[in-house]
Design a protein around this ligand. Sequence first.
Ligand code: PEP
Ligand code: MG
Length: 877
Amino acid sequence: MQFIYDFEEGRRTDKALLGGKGANLAEMTHLGLPVPPGFTITTECCMTYLKEETFFDTQLKKQILEAIQRLEEKTNKSFTSRESLLLVSVRSGAKFSMPGMMDTILNLGLNDQRVRGFTRTTSLAFAYDCYRRLLQMYGDVVFGIPKEEFYELLEKKEQALGKPADSFFLNEQEELIALYKQQFIAHQRVFPQDPFEQLFEATKAVFRSWNNQRAKVYRELNHIPYHLGTAVNIQSMVFGNSGNQSGTGVVFTRNPATGEHVLFGEFLLNAQGEDVVAGIRTPEPIADLKEKLPTAYADFVHYAQVLEDHYKDMQDIEFTIENGQLYILQTRDGKRTAKAALTIALDLVTEGVITKETALTRISPEMIDQLIHPIFDEQAIKEARLIATGLPASPGAATGVVVFTADAAKEFHNTGKKVILVRQETSPEDIEGMVVSEAIVTSRGGMTSHAAVVARGMGTCCITGCEALTVDEQNKQVKCGELVLTEGDILSVDGTSGNLFLNEIPTVIAENNDDLQRLLAWADEVAELRVRANAETVLDLTTAMDFGATGIGLARTEHMFFGAERVLEMRRLILADSDQEAQDALDRLVTFQQEDFYQMYQTVQDKPMVIRLLDPPMHEFLPHEPNEIRQLARKLGKSPLVVEEQIRRLQETNPMLGHRGCRLGITTPAIYQMQVCAIFTSIFRLLDEGQTIVPEIMIPLIAEEEELLHVKQFLIETIDALFEEAGIEPISYEIGTMIELPRACLIADDLAQEADFFSFGTNDLTQMTYGFSRDDIGKFINSYTEKKIMKSDPFQHLDQKGVGALIRIAVEKARQTKPGMLIGVCGEVGGDPESIAFFAEIGVDYVSCSPFRIPAARLAVAQAALANKKVPIPVTQ
Ligand code: PEP
Ligand code: MG
């Protein structure tokens, strides 16, 4: 079996076997670039060695010896003799780049004898500098001896002799080397003098470094599977530290922060690669190389262009110059900010290098989120104090003063302060406080809790389920371990990561709007799924339209009862003692709703809009604090004790499984009747003004065909009566249902007989399928993911295996009954790129998500369509 590939043998497509670095070194060798010769030991060897160490001696060693022999022939140098020294570098290189995560050893092959030979072709100072570096790197990587111990020895010796190491005489250099070797002994180790032993041990150490803590954490963070392993690249050394005609550098072919089309990077004269990384000396900007080493600079500019043209993407290139001669040591697609990714992708299309389709695969939906939300300054966040982490419920970044009640939020806001509303959880009563807050943090609740849904709708940054916080709203304080914060203290909230920081952190916003519009217009050209929005306020509807929603997939009417005046009427209705009192409340509510619907239809114009009839259990509209109950009783002219008793009676043991959704419509038809009355009377006005509307009315939480029939029946009767009363020719309208209960999925063929359209409510469907409370999942999901019981929160990423299977069955059954039936998804996963790919695959017509998720969803649906057409989407950018 072939365990080793010379650079001449591999290609860029061999990343799985040769690692990214090895595959690109091979590719560059093919392209005829000045790459020092070498070979790559495959990733498979790493995994085999980690499982069975004897593999190294019994099988791999022989091939390494042969590869070194080939390298000696190619370079016309020797790995063992004291003349014409072949020295090598040993570097790790996994399939996906893991910058700085694994280990490197340079100058390998030097020993006490060979270093003397080396001094004859270089200089005393240079040869010993290389040897010391080898001892230090080898000690660190192979034996775990801290690098600092060697630095200390160097410093002490320089002080003792009163001169820098590059002025040492031979005996002084040798004394210092002896001290370095002594340091190995102090750790019960010996530095091997045999170059082959050095090479074998270094290779094994690089294999082992796949298991070091840094690598593990990086893999975890970037979802890189363990089984991939790392390759080991062994390459003949070129020396950037051999004088002032030499140097080393790292350069991006375009600016990785802004995307600007200029070379961006740094170099150091007379230095080896790790000097740039270590930050001991300050590197110079690459443009200055033009003056210092003009020929090498011109060569570099040329090869940088060759590489970018070849890879058709911005490259991150490492180079070394040895005595004026340029060598390229590495190239890879450069990591970049979201802003740069967008600029570069668009520029490459303009330059004719890539197609629009390829450009769409170069940006991730997460990057789009970064482009439309402010984010914390990268540098500042590194220095900030992280105090807790919760669920990243709504992206964005904000700083403000801590408040604990909606009233306090309003008060502080009115004095011009930015506020962060911190609560155990939020309820509809908090809405006015939420509207004025920069960010919302709750200690309880999941990704689909009230706070999360409302915040996403408003585009307000939000963290939910931040269990490390103990929020005491009464005493206006929040505890987090030892830390106690009170009203007015400053917090910074990162809704994209779920991290909560103490004090202010500056934010930045990418201003790439025109560019983003251009990209998303291309996305719409290839998309098959459409993207609608979940929105009900004029502000949210406008945002949704601006972000390119093709319609509204879910207008939750309960959100329209949140304002103080409306909640009062809703409460009056719920607690009414007489029909008359109930009717009075309904009359006032209908007026509010008429105006709401009128404005909503005006905002969406000719776009479709699904209006969902009331869904939550009634007691969600009622107060629970004694103080608020007393105030309400006073306003309604009732006895507080009676009101308290009424509220108590309305409480349910399992409200999510209780008196809600269409069940409300069945027990209290007057509410749904009031709602359709408001919808249609607002439409009458709009028809009069010349607007064409096909209303889409949706009934929530259907489990039985009879439920749907019953509700539909009285809605139709109400609507017929409205047309008749108004003397208007009836227009066509649609009555559809949410599919959010497992039973509804299984009888979807029957429901499709009666429904004009379906929309999957994946929030409830996930809740009901798993039996996980959508508001309490924050209490345990972290343990589940940490213990690898589940990969992710199913309210954030669709559980394709279970909930997805139900959806697939329902779509198939519905289409058997009505082949062309419109089917959408309006739960939160409708905005999740990973879930969108699944919905595209099973033939859903549209996804619907909160307005601020629309741009990312538009890209995700385009990527799903391209994936079906087999345009490869890179796993990492
Ligand atoms: C759902 O259940 O997925 C849904 C969209 O409805 P709601 O979140 O309002 O219950
Ligand atoms: Mg629901």
